[in-house]
Design a protein around this ligand. Structure first.
Ligand code: SPV
Ligand code: MN
Length: 620
């Protein structure tokens, strides 16, 4: 008798059969027979069943309670602290292509390897079968997701980050239109961390709508609904007529004006996306992944497919992120990962408080001066340490967080991490130019992915890691999307990381000014200076904003440092972009037209002025 017949009985079987979906039943049976758990638990939307998962994470030692009520700590393995780009591969059927940097394995051999790794991987473990909705329930934006995992931490995190979707599956009416995620943490060490990290594999089968993930725990690799589902959604969106993006969604509320304007924003990992969505005085819809669709009136609408935040905790302090800092210091259901714990209290880098000299961290028992096998000193907390919590717990949660119709998007931000080229904020002159600005985001690498930090990388739409379609096709889909709209969002490029003489040119809270300026531009309230790189703010408007918002003097000298057009640097960037995009097939012609025009205009300015940079007033 197949193991699935032995294990799937009683309550669990009834819950599956009730869905009247042969595809769900078949897949659950298939993975029971392959992974061979000792127990299977099917969880519906019932809060008691969901609570069972939270308790299981504690009972199994995947999480430990902390001093503050509802807070827990989870540790990922020492070498499992970020997304693993090398071992995350697309299962590539014959005849399909992908863009640069996207790892692939041949479909059949990859699947064979994965089935080998999953064979018996859950022996002695409990398999959880979970149903989620990617997006608000009962919404045309949303997609159904089936998660099969042997990690209660994964299940618990997904309960904080996503909407429960058993009823959504019921509504599917037996259809195959859902994504499936199979995850196993694999063998665990004495700290309950994945042991066989060298056999960590994440394989994406976009044709079949399935992702397999094994021998890992870090959420970006293990939680199917996060970046794994984003890859499947990108494929789907590009075959249909919508966008699946690595984007925040937020309401911007200009002081003294009785209105809210919704923006989305794409920023590569660790470039200020969450802290933008959490700028004081604004409201958050989401901080990581959005689906955008056109409505019948020609608006772009967006939903957050998540309902929680898996945020970087480094540098969360009362000055830069007062709202999150407060949330992390009050009782609520919250999972910390990979911070330092001493006496039940969490400590992280940049929190504005000195850490104790010892405790427990991602390396086990930790003391100041502890070194790794290579002799390198181990920091007290990992720089990609995170917190996981529900957005609804935040006082700045937007009232439309769960609106099945989403919010109307009137502006889009693209932001990189760039120390020497882009101005802090500029506005695209057209939708096409906006797509160019998004496509040409560059970012100095951070600790959110494994590998060296601080290397300049091109990061189109901050979505490149997740592109399971060729870049040119993806950008063409963007162009078409905007052209179909009657009310096309305005597009802005931001850069919070510009440096001058080695120091950042802006304080962390200054991003609020760029948001408010962009919001005013959407409503036609500020004039701007037209330059080859786009529209720049006028000095007097920024001065007025700094005065009214922060009661701070914004000097002309600062304005010149921040908003001068660095001709040499922009020309270097154009040359880099040309090199990077040249090998991409099927790039939209609009991209090359904009690049050529930008270069021509910059070259003329350079020849005329012989300057390395030009003050914005030059263009008045
Ligand atoms: C990111 O790195 O972009 C994240 C966290 O949002 S992860 O889940 O790793 O993708
Ligand atoms: Mn992200």
């Amino acid at each position: 008798m197949p193991l699935s017949d032995v294990l799937l009985r009683g309550d669990s079987l009834r819950k599956l059969v009730t869905l009247r979906n042969p595809h769900v039943l078949k897949q659950v049976r298939e993975f029971i027979d392959l992974c061979k758990p000792s127990r299977v638990t099917v969880i519906t939307d019932d809060p008691e069943e969901i609570e069972y998962v939270r308790k299981l994470a504690l009972d199994q030692g995947e999480e430990q309670p902390l001093k503050m009520d509802g807070h827990t700590i989870h540790f990922d393995g020492y070498n499992d602290q970020a997304r693993d780009k090398v071992h995350t591969a697309v299962l590539l059927p014959a005849g399909q292509r992908l863009s640069r940097g996207i790892v692939s394995v041949e479909w059949e051999s990859g699947l064979r390897e994965m089935r080998g790794l999953l064979d018996g991987v859950m022996k002695g473990r409990e398999m959880l079968v979970r149903f989620f909705s990617l997006g608000p329930t009962d919404s045309r934006f949303s997609l159904c997701a089936l998660q099969i995992t042997d990690s209660a931490y994964v299940g618990h995190s997904e309960d904080l980050l996503y909407r429960s979707g058993y009823e959504e599956f019921n509504r599917l009416g037996g259809s195959r239109k859902f994504f499936t995620f199979i995850h196993s943490a694999g063998a665990l060490d004495e700290r309950n961390c994945s042991l066989d990290i060298e056999k960590r594999r994440i394989y994406i089968d976009f044709l079949d709508g399935k992702v397999y993930s094994v021998n890992n725990q870090y959420a970006g690799n293990s939680l199917g609904l996060k970046k794994l589902a984003l890859r499947l959604a990108v494929y789907k969106a590009n075959r249909e007529d919508w966008l699946a993006e690595h984007m925040l969604v937020m309401g911007v509320h200009p002081p003294g004006k009785d209105r809210v304007t919704y923006f989305t924003g794409a920023y590569p990992s660790a470039c200020g996306k969450t802290s933008t969505a959490m700028v004081p005085g604004q409201t958050i819809v989401g901080d990581d992944i959005a689906y955008l669709r056109a409505d019948g009136e020609g608006n772009a609408r967006a939903v957050n497919i998540e309902s929680g935040i898996f945020g970087i905790i480094k540098d969360v302090n009362p000055e830069g992120d007062p709202l999150i800092y407060e949330a992390l210091h009050s009782p609520r259901e919250l999972v910390f990962s990979n911070v330092l714990i001493e006496d039940g209290v969490p400590y992280w880098q940049g929190m504005g408080r000195d850490p104790p000299g010892n405790g427990v961290n991602f390396s086990g028992d930790w003391w100041k001066g502890k070194t790794d096998d290579g002799g390198k000193e181990i920091p007290f907390a990992h720089s990609n340490a995170r917190y996981t919590m529900r957005i609804s717990e935040l006082e700045n949660a937007d009232p439309h967080v769960n609106d099945p119709d989403g919010v109307i998007v009137q502006g889009i931000f693209y932001g990189g991490r760039d120390s020497d080229t882009n101005v802090p904020v500029c506005e695209a002159v057209s939708w096409e130019h906006g797509v160019y600005l998004g496509a040409t985001i560059e970012s100095e690498t951070t600790s959110a992915t494994l590998g060296q930090e601080g290397v300049r990388k091109s990061s189109p739409m901050a979505n490149m890691d997740f592109l399971v379609v060729p870049l040119g096709i993806y950008l063409s889909n963007h162009l078409r999307f905007g052209r179909r709209l009657r009310n096309c969002p305005k597009v802005f490029a931001t850069n919070y990381f510009l440096k001058h003489e080695g120091a950042y040119t802006n304080a962390i809270p200054d991003k609020k000014i760029w948001l408010l300026w962009a919001e005013g531009r959407v409503h036609g309230e500020y004039d701007a200076i037209k330059t080859p790189i786009g529209f720049l703010p006028k000095y007097r408007d920024l001065k007025e904003l700094f005065r009214s918002v922060f009661d701070k003097d914004y000097t002309l000298e600062n304005y010149h440092i921040q908003f001068s057009l660095r001709l040499d640097k922009y020309l270097e960037k154009v040359a880099r972009m040309e090199e990077i995009f040249k090998p991409e097939p099927e790039m939209p012609k609009e991209f090359w037209e904009i690049l050529s025009q930008l270069r021509a205009e910059l070259e003329v300015l350079k020849a005329e002025t012989k300057m390395a940079a030009l003050a914005p007033e030059y263009f008045l």
